[in-house]
Design a protein around this ligand. Structure first.
Ligand SMILES: CCCCCC/C=C/C(=O)SCCNC(=O)CCNC(=O)[C@H](O)C(C)(C)COP(=O)(O)OP(=O)(O)OC[C@H]1O[C@@H](n2cnc3c(N)ncnc32)[C@H](O)[C@@H]1OP(=O)(O)O
Length: 365
């Protein structure tokens, strides 16, 4: 059911009654959703870089892209409802407490109704994964593997699910030079993907919008992938002078089936030629479990997940082990091989030129 104008107005009133300050990130998100719901896509000129407050507001609104007004209204109502219920029943997981450090900068992690939700939270960069964010995702997954929840969900904030690796990661060159950078990146990539391979609980992706690069390839390591019909799935590795990671060189041909050859033409079209799939196409290829209309996506998916989260947790874990364990060794070997091939690719002219073109705004996907 969609949120009515009445629900929206009631949510606006509830915001004024919140007992606790929800913090700047949430306030910006509320502002952006309100503007999108009432005025549509961002129509203001971009404020100057030193006009910090208005720039942050503009960025948050602009990050919603062409999100439909009805979806923004629904998301606003859902967000307010999560804020009001969070003061009663949910816990905002403070990973800093586990780590004895600060909270995550690029993720919002919450635990409620037996579900730990890890939300990518860099909407102004389309949730591109920075070096710090890779570390935070690994920490959040490790914490989720030990917490009381039965299911772990990964999703994105804003109009994108995730735009893949942050292409600016490669501008931060250590004293050892580019070779050292490539080596460090390969180690981080192997650890990152390894965390998904070994994750012990049911892991679900709620793909709220377009997904690019590594955020697509690791979907083959999830247990269910629910997608909005706004989502697309794009692995432009050749365009970037790269090669597949996330075990996709192994999982995608398996998932998409050897239709006409043992290597699956569907998988190679994505991984070699960078064909972008719609959510419907990805579902037909087996990469997505089910596609939902964007207007009812959040409501339908969370209703279903809440029902699943009430199933016996040990049974779900053990079933996952039975399904996955036979493949684990192979997946770790594939991960090591893909990471080592990429270590070389990152030093190639093809990759360096493609990255420079993107960073100097000469190219986009
Ligand atoms: C290091 C260890 C592991 C590496 C693993 C290997 C992983 C490989 C991959 O993931 S390959 C895929 C890499 N991703 C991309 O190539 C996507 C690049 N982005 C784009 O092409 C576009 O931004 C877009 C199509 C995703 C969205 O276009 P649009 O809707 O027009 O939005 P903007 O381009 O204006 O985006 C807003 C803002 O965000 C910045 N941004 C978006 N994605 C990335 C990114 N992946 N890396 C860095 N920055 C990104 C974009 O530049 C804009 O910034 P600006 O406001 O202009 O400063």
């Amino acid at each position: 059911m969609r949120a009515s104008q009445e629900d929206f107005e009631s949510a606006m009133n509830q915001v004024k009654l919140l007992k606790k300050d929800p913090g700047n990130e949430v306030k910006l998100r509320l502002y952006a959703l309100y503007k999108q719901a009432t005025e549509g896509p961002c129509n203001m000129p971009k404020p100057g870089v030193f006009d910090f407050i208005n720039k942050a507001k503009w960025d948050a609104w602009n990050a919603l892209g062409s999100l439909p007004k009805e979806t923004a209204r629904q998301n606003y109502v859902d967000l307010v409802s999560s804020l009001t219920s969070s003061s009663e029943s949910s816990t905002q997981v403070k990973p800093g407490a586990d780590r004895g450090q600060q909270e995550y900068e690029n993720l919002v992690v919450t635990s409620e109704d037996g579900i730990t939700k890890i939300m990518f939270n860099r909407p102004t960069r389309k949730n591109a994964i920075s070096t710090q964010m890779y570390q935070e995702i690994m920490l959040a997954l490790k914490a989720a593997s030990k917490d009381d929840s039965t299911i772990t969900v990964v999703t994105g904030n804003g109009d994108y699910y995730c735009s893949g690796n942050d292409l600016a990661n490669f501008t931060d060159i250590p004293p050892g030079g580019v070779e050292e950078k490539a080596k460090q990146s390969a180690i981080m990539l192997r650890d990152f993907v390894g965390t998904f391979i070994d994750f012990p609980k049911p892991l679900v992706a709620v793909v709220n919008g377009p997904a690019v690069g590594i955020s697509v390839t690791i979907l083959g390591l999830f247990d269910a992938v629910y997608a909005s019909d706004r989502a697309t799935f794009h692995t432009p590795f050749s365009h970037l002078g790269l090669s597949p990671e996330g075990c996709a060189s192994y999982t995608f041909p398996k998932i998409m089936g050897p239709a006409k050859s043992c290597f699956s033409f569907q998988a190679t079209e994505m991984l070699i030629f960078g064909k972008k799939l719609t959510a419907g196409e990805a579902c037909a290829q087996g990469l997505v479990t089910e596609v939902f209309p964007d207007s009812t996506f959040q409501k339908e998916v969370w209703t279903r997940l809440k029902a699943y989260s009430k199933l016996p947790p040990n049974s779900m874990r053990i079933s996952k082990q039975v399904i996955r364990n036979m493949e684990k060794e192979k997946l770790h070997a594939v991960n090591a091989e893909e990471s080592s091939v990429l270590q070389e690719r990152w030093l190639s002219d093809e990759c360096i030129n493609a990255t420079m073109n993107f960073l100097s705004k000469k190219a986009k996907l």
